[in-house]
Design a binder for this molecule. Structure first.
Ligand code: MRU
Length: 347
C-alpha cells in the first residue's frame, strides 16, 4: 500500500488568459519559480527555442495558444499566416509542434468571421486531448510495468513536459499511486540537465523515492540489475516505430536490450508521425555548442573547444519493447501495427 504520499505534483506549466500565455520558465527551475508573460507568437516561439517551454506535447499546446495570443491583438488573415510561420518550426524534432500549429491554423482559416474564437476553441481542445491522453497513458503504462518496481527514466516527461501528469513520468506517478513502485533512477540529461533540474524536482514534489545519476552511469546500473525497466517519452515516432527522443535514449535502449529488461516508450498519438517512414527521416535538432561547453551556467572547457550538440537521437523500433499511448499498449511496434494502433489503414 502507498502511504501518506502526495499523489499530485500540482504543477501546471502553462496558463492562457485569453490574450496572454503565462508559462513557468523551465530554465530557472528548480531554483526559481518564475512566470513568463508571453503576448505574441514571437514571444512564445522564443520561449520554445530557449527551452523555457519544452517537452513535445507542451510545446504543441504552447504554440497553439501562441497563435491565439497573436490573433487576440490582430485577428487578420495576415496575422494568422505570420503566427503560423513564426511558430511551426521553432523546434524541428517534436512533431506535436507542427501538428498543433496546423490544427489551430486550419480551424481559424476556415472561420474568417471569428478567427480568434475558432483558434481559441481548437487550442483548448488540443490541451484537453493531451490532458486526457496523459491520464490514459498513465493507466496503460502502469498496467504494463506493474512488476518492475524499480524504474529508470530519462530527461523530463512529467507535468512540465505535457498537460496533465505528463507521459513516462505519469506512468511512474501512477505506479507510485498504486503502491507498485519502489524507486526511480533519473538520468541528469546533459547538456541542459532536464533530469537533474526538472525530473528530480517533480519526483521530489510527488514524494517518490529517487536518485539522480549521471548519464554515463546508466548502462552499468542497468547491467547490474538496478532497475527492472526503462521508460522514456518521445518527440516523434516514425511510421515504422523508430523513436526520436532526448539524446542518450538510444544508449539506454541498447543497455536495456543487453540486460533483457523492458524498454518502454510512452507518448500520445499526437507524437506519432505516420508521414515519416522511419527514423532516418526525422530532423534531429542540433543546438548551440555553447550548451556543451558549459555546465549549470559555467563554462567547463576552453572557449574554442569544438562540440557537437544533437538534442535528440533515434532508437530503432527493434529495441522498443512496447509503445504506450492513450489507446493502449502496442508491443514490438512495426509499420502495420502502428498504423492500426492509430486507427489508420497501412499504406
Ligand atoms: O529538449 P526537450 O527538453 O524538449 O526534450 C524533451 C524530451 O526529450 C522528452 O523526453 C520528450 O519531449 C517527451 S515529453 C513528455
Amino acid at each position: 500500500m502507498a502511504t501518506a504520499r502526495a499523489t499530485s505534483s500540482t504543477i501546471v506549466a502553462l496558463r492562457f488568459d485569453g490574450t496572454t500565455l503565462w508559462a513557468i520558465d523551465q530554465t530557472a527551475l528548480p531554483w526559481d519559480e518564475r512566470w513568463l508573460e508571453l503576448r505574441t507568437a514571437a514571444d512564445v516561439a522564443a520561449a520554445i527555442r530557449r527551452l523555457a517551454i519544452r517537452g513535445a506535447p507542451l510545446i504543441g499546446v504552447a504554440a497553439a495558444y501562441g497563435i491565439v495570443a497573436e490573433l487576440s491583438r490582430d485577428p487578420s488573415a495576415h496575422a494568422l499566416e505570420r503566427a503560423r510561420a513564426i511558430l511551426r518550426d521553432a523546434r524541428p524534432t517534436a512533431v506535436n509542434l507542427r501538428v498543433a500549429v496546423d490544427r489551430v491554423y486550419e480551424a481559424a482559416d476556415a472561420a474568417s468571421a471569428d478567427r480568434l474564437g475558432a483558434a481559441l476553441s481548437e487550442a483548448r481542445a488540443i490541451e484537453a486531448e493531451e490532458e486526457a491522453a496523459s491520464a490514459a497513458i498513465a493507466a496503460h503504462g502502469a498496467d504494463l510495468l506493474a512488476g518492475a518496481r524499480r524504474i529508470m527514466t530519462h530527461c523530463n516527461t512529467g507535468a512540465l513536459a505535457a498537460p496533465g501528469r505528463g507521459t513516462a513520468l505519469a506512468v511512474i506517478a501512477e505506479l507510485a499511486d498504486r503502491g507498485a513502485l519502489d524507486h526511480v533512477l533519473a538520468t541528469e540529461s546533459r547538456p541542459l540537465l532536464q533530469g537533474a533540474r526538472l525530473t528530480a524536482y517533480e519526483l521530489a514534489r510527488l514524494n517518490i523515492s529517487h536518485e539522480l545519476i549521471v548519464d554515463s552511469a546508466a548502462a552499468g546500473l542497468i547491467a547490474s540489475g538496478a532497475v527492472g525497466a526503462v521508460i522514456v517519452g518521445c518527440d516523434r515516432v516514425a511510421a515504422n516505430g523508430d523513436v526520436a527522443n532526448k539524446v542518450g535514449t538510444y544508449g539506454l535502449a541498447l543497455a536495456a536490450h543487453a540486460a533483457g529488461i523492458p524498454f518502454v516508450v510512452a507518448g500520445p498519438i499526437s507524437t506519432i508521425d505516420l508521414e515519416t517512414p522511419d527514423g532516418s527521416h526525422i530532423a534531429i535538432e542540433e543546438r548551440d555548442p555553447e550548451e556543451v561547453r558549459a555546465a549549470a551556467g559555467r563554462r567547463v572547457t576552453l572557449p574554442d573547444t569544438r562540440c557537437r550538440n544533437p538534442a535528440f537521437d533515434v532508437t530503432p523500433a527493434a529495441l522498443v519493447t512496447a509503445l504506450v499511448t492513450e489507446r493502449g499498449i502496442l508491443r514490438a511496434p512495426s509499420t502495420g501495427a502502428l498504423a492500426a494502433h492509430c486507427g489508420v489503414a497501412a499504406a
